[in-house]
Design a protein around this ligand. Structure first.
Ligand SMILES: [Zn+2]
Length: 486
């Protein structure tokens, strides 16, 4: 039984899909105007681990949609003529703002998804609808909201009428909104605003010069323009998953206004009480205990970290050590520690495979089941990845590889494969055979001879030469072993 924290009920509730053909899950995706930073990585790691948990531990098929916001203030700004963010790979800029937007966002969509993939996020399992492919559906929803009496046209834009909606429904189901702050009759065009600015929000923004726009007939008039951000997710989730679906995910910053507005639009236009039965929100990331920001000089993209020699998979491991509802503090020391811990697990895998004698000796029973049970229990408890990883280490300590029988080792290989379907931090394979280059082997032989002759200074000099080449020489009683630092 999987239990998940639901922002809608403010409690940890037992989870079961609404339909018996599996779980339908919608994740608010990236706005594609840049490459991914590590805050994005944390935000998208959560739905990835969640869908893996539902599939592997829950046994449910999962339909996973993550939208791509390719039309908003930022993508329009950065794709416009004269933008310094235009890159040669996007081709030439044209005089058509729509074509420029398409080239700009197609480039960053590809880059963004590639970044997610290096981070072990199962991009192949998601559908990534682009907002600009659902304009008609967003317009239909806007008309439906107007027909229901919860919207109005003003100055060429369409707004959601919060006061009219609140008369019949609750506005503030996900996020406690102080109605004292409601500014009746005030309209807000920005997609992002704080709780002090509760007012009528935009469903459709009237056209501005030089911006991409679509014609829109509503209420007997044509108001060319483009959709607001919130309506994008309401329309795409309804069209791709049907309402209500099972799980809606996003960062805590999306609870208000984005998710509250999505939910209100669905209730108003699609006449459903719930857009989704579970709403799940993951916490932020900090860097060295501070908010990540360009002005503090602690802002990192995934590519910045790779350039520093950090492997994305070690960052994934580090992030899994924090629960998704806790703030994750990214530190370089933390990543180094995660690298060591991950290497320990990988080493255990190699040893267990060695004892089992084969990668694919199928073992239906054996001690491996204990690993699946303990890790599975932690994951089933609101996706508690830190406890799940701890359970893996406890198991490794209690069942040293060399103490296992080949049959038990085979069951542990199978179990590691299962838990790694969720963690995705190790490779279930045989220990790679080390190829030692001839010159390194010669240096090692020379050092071994110097050591035998008790020529310590020469021995130290040769050891330093080896380590400068990326090799560690470990001395044993009757011989030595060489390890590559890579
Ligand atoms: Zn969204």
């Amino acid at each position: 039984m999987i239990r998940l924290y639901n922002t809608l009920t403010k409690s940890i509730d037992p989870f079961a899909p609404l339909r018996d053909d599996g779980v339908r899950m919608y994740s608010c995706g990236p706005t594609v105007y840049d490459v991914a930073h590590i805050g994005n990585m944390r935000a998208f790691l959560f739905p990835d681990v969640l869908q893996r948990t539902l599939r592997v531990i829950g046994g449910y098929p999962v339909r996973w949609v993550m939208n791509v916001t390719d039309i908003d203030d930022k993508t329009i700004r950065d794709s416009s003529v004269g933008s310094t963010r235009w890159r040669a790979e996007m081709g030439e800029q044209t005089s058509d703002p729509m074509e420029n937007l398409r080239r700009f966002t197609s480039f960053f969509t590809r880059e963004f998804l590639a970044d997610l993939q290096t981070f072990g996020i199962e991009v192949d399992r998601m559908t990534n609808p682009r907002a600009t492919d659902y304009i008609t559906q967003m317009q239909e929803l806007t008309r439906d909201i107007l027909a229901a009496g919860y919207a109005y046209v003003s100055d060429g834009s369409v707004y959601f009428n919060v006061a009219a909606y609140s008369a019949n429904h609750t506005y503030g189901r996900l996020f406690a909104i102080d109605t004292q702050n409601f500014r009746e009759g005030v309209r807000i065009d920005a997609d992002e605003y704080d709780r002090e600015s509760v007012s009528d929000f935009v469903l459709w923004k009237g056209r501005k010069d030089g911006e991409p726009s679509w014609d829109f007939e509503i209420d007997g008039q044509n108001v060319p323009g483009r959709p607001g951000w919130h309506i994008e997710c309401s329309a795409m989730s309804q069209n791709l998953l049907g309402l209500p679906f099972d799980i809606h995910t996003g960062g805590v910053d999306l609870r208000f206004p984005h998710h509250e507005d999505e939910l209100a639009q669905c209730t108003a236009g699609y006449h459903v009480h719930d857009q989704a039965s579970f709403w799940m929100h993951n916490e932020f990331l900090e860097v060295e205990g501070k908010k990540m920001s360009k002005s503090l000089g602690n802002f990192y993209t995934m590519r910045d970290l790779i350039a520093r020699g950090i492997e994305p998979i070690d960052v994934r491991f580090a992030m899994l050590q924090a629960h998704y509802r806790a703030v994750f503090n990214f530190t370089f020391d933390g990543v180094t520690a995660a690298r060591t811990a991950r290497a320990k697990v990988q080493d255990y895998v190699y040893d267990v495979v060695d004892v089992a004698g084969s990668l694919h000796a199928s073992a239906s029973d054996g001690v491996g089941q204990q690993l699946i049970d303990t890790v599975g229990q932690a994951l089933a408890d609101d996706v508690h990845t830190p406890r799940a990883l701890a359970a893996l280490f406890v198991f490794m300590n209690e069942h040293p590889a060399r103490a296992l029988t080949p049959a038990d080792a085979a069951s542990v290989v199978d179990a590691l494969r299962v838990v790694n379907e969720v963690f995705a931090v190790i490779a279930i394979e045989e220990r790679p055979t080390l190829v030692v280059p001839d010159d390194i082997r010669a240096l090692a032989e020379e050092r071994w001879a110097a050591r035998a002759a008790k020529n310590w200074s020469e021995s130290d000099r040769l050891r330093d030469m080896l380590s400068a080449s990326g090799w560690t020489m470990k001395d044993g009683k009757d011989g030595y072993t060489l390890e590559s630092a890579k």
